[in-house]
Ligand binder design. Structure first.
Ligand code: PGA
Length: 259
């Protein structure tokens, strides 16, 4: 059985010294929690110094990018590529809802980014999530249809993962993040997220032959994290704001070992 995965998405936060202090403190404590796998995604400008100061420290901690271009190099002002972070980071978050809504990223672009990440031997954390909660309790069949139509989570997954081979299942992690739960303090219920993760896994298996791990993200905090990791279909967490709070992030990691 694979370890519970905890991803910290720092977004566009921390100063240089805050990033170094946070990463080193997390690394020191994570060593004592071998039952989990932690991925820190600092702003890309801090990736190399964080890597240098952590290397050869905790074995269950790796680094990830928050986004990357679909090409390795070229005239793309302001972008960075996974190739530039080779040997430093192992993961890349792609298709985060903030990238999709603020920067208008399309499924097609996310698909090209995933393919380029895999070509460079990175693991892709592919984000999807609905804008409005699905009414699974009262309208199950109808809501599944809605998920498969344009704008639905299964549609986004199908488009984003188009052309990915069965053998690449291990290189892809799905982050199920309902948009209405991100940064709002309104997390979805664990039962609801467990059901959605099962729907995602079944769909990927049935339609593409992919067996991917699924993480939950959206207002995860100390109080609710264990409920999510206790769901059999949820393999880990993608944490935004609480990944910047050392005490809370470590508590969430610890709780996940027990989950
Ligand atoms: P949040 O962010 O934990 O602050 O809701 C999650 C995310 O954006 O991945």
């Amino acid at each position: 059985m694979s370890k519970t995965m905890i991803v910290g998405n720092w977004k566009m936060n921390t100063s240089y010294s805050e990033a170094m202090i946070l990463a080193n403190a997390i690394s020191k404590h994570i060593e004592k929690l071998p039952g989990i796998e932690v991925v820190l995604c600092p702003p890309s400008i801090y990736l190399y110094p964080v890597y240098e100061s952590l290397k050869a420290k905790s074995r269950n901690l790796s680094l990830g990018l928050q986004n990357a271009m679909w090409e390795d190099e070229g005239a793309f002002t302001g972008e960075i590529s996974v190739q530039m972070a080779k040997g430093i980071a192992k993961y890349v978050i792609l298709g985060h809802s903030e990238r999709r809504s603020v920067f208008n990223e399309s499924n097609k672009q996310v698909n090209e980014k995933i393919k380029n990440a895999l070509k460079n031997h990175f693991k892709a954390i592919v984000c999807v999530g609905e804008r409005e909660m699905y009414d699974l309790e009262n309208n199950y069949a109808f809501e599944i249809k809605k998920m498969e139509q344009e704008g639905g989570i299964l549609y986004d997954l199908k488009e984003s993962l188009s052309g990915i081979a069965k053998g690449e299942s291990d290189e892809i992690l799905i982050a199920y993040e309902p948009v209405w739960a991100i940064g709002t303090g309104n997390s979805a219920s664990a039962i609801y997220c467990g059901a959605l993760s099962t729907i995602i896994k079944d769909n990927l298996q049935r339609t593409m032959g992919l067996t991917c791990r699924v993480l939950y993200g959206g207002s995860v905090c100390v109080k609710n994290s264990r409920e999510f990791t206790m769901q059999p279909s949820i393999d880990g967490l993608l944490i935004g704001s609480q990944s910047l709070n050392l005490k809370n992030f470590l508590k969430i990691c610890k709780n996940s070992m027990e989950g």
